[in-house]
Design a protein around this ligand. Structure first.
Ligand SMILES: [Mg+2]
Length: 253
């Protein structure tokens, strides 16, 4: 089993180290990851300057690019053989609901899927990684059987990536694994007005309060209830139900 591991928090991130430790118990791991944090870069691709991979060890590369760049470069140029799976994460922070649209972690898995490789994104839904780092470490042993299960499925769901969120709990406090749908994230006061050193008004996106809504089978509810959340996602954003009702709203001009 060959794994490509990447992330959006950068190659030095503790979550990537945890993911690699879990994957190495099952197969061979190549790491191609951004040289710095690329959180919330979504699925962006670097077109206007070249990418320079730097070898940091055997089968370890850092790249001055986005998570999507890393997956593309790894599969098309750096790896001798295509990976059997792309694993992305473990992100420092949850990727639930609309987060998946901004997330570099999830987008790396999307790129794996776009290249025809089964892909899984992992995120640790803890608010303060410094306080929770022991819990993240503990969950490495829990990840191994989960990874073993996902990678031994007779048919990994076609055209689908799996978005896994881990609850910020000790391993023995986790109640199980729940298959979920995306919830909804509600931000308030997430744009902070400030002044730059010259007294000019600036704005900083971040902070504020996050609340979540969603059905009982949503990702955030699973995390709230103490379960690992596994959400199947696909790349086709077509609203199929609306197509079926097109005669009510669309008349060809
Ligand atoms: Mg991140």
């Amino acid at each position: 089993m060959r794994f490509l591991c990447t992330n959006d928090d950068g190659i030095l991130a503790h979550g990537l180290d945890c993911l690699v430790r879990a994957a190495e118990q099952i197969g061979d791991v190549t790491v191609v990851a951004p040289d710095r944090e690329q959180s919330a870069t979504s699925h962006s691709l670097t077109l206007h300057h070249p990418l320079r991979p730097v070898r940091r060890g055997e089968h370890r590369f850092q790249v001055d690019g986005t998570p999507t760049d890393c997956v593309m470069l790894a599969v098309e140029a750096l790896m001798d053989t295509r990976p059997d799976f792309v694993l992305s994460g473990i992100n420092h922070g949850q990727n639930m609901g609309e987060d998946v649209l901004y997330s570099g972690t999830v987008s790396a898995a999307m790129e794996g899927l776009a290249l025809g490789i089964p892909s899984v994104a992992f995120s640790f839904a803890g608010g303060d990684l410094r306080a929770d780092i022991a819990k993240l470490d503990e969950q490495v042993e829990l990840l191994v059987p989960l990874l073993r299960h996902l990678t031994s499925l007779p048919a990994f769901p076609e055209g689908t990536l799996l978005n896994v969120n881990l609850p910020p709990l000790r391993a023995d406090e986790i109640k199980g694994i729940r298959l979920t749908r995306l919830g909804r994230r509600v931000y308030s006061n997430s744009i902070q007005p400030m002044q730059d050193p010259w007294g000019r008004k600036i704005f900083w996106i971040g902070g504020g309060e996050i609340s979540w809504t969603g059905s009982d089978d949503s990702d955030f509810q699973a995390i709230r209830d103490g379960f690992v959340s596994v959400t199947p996602l696909h790349l086709d954003l077509t609203h199929r139900d609306m197509l079926e009702t097109s005669e009510r709203w669309w008349r060809a001009p």
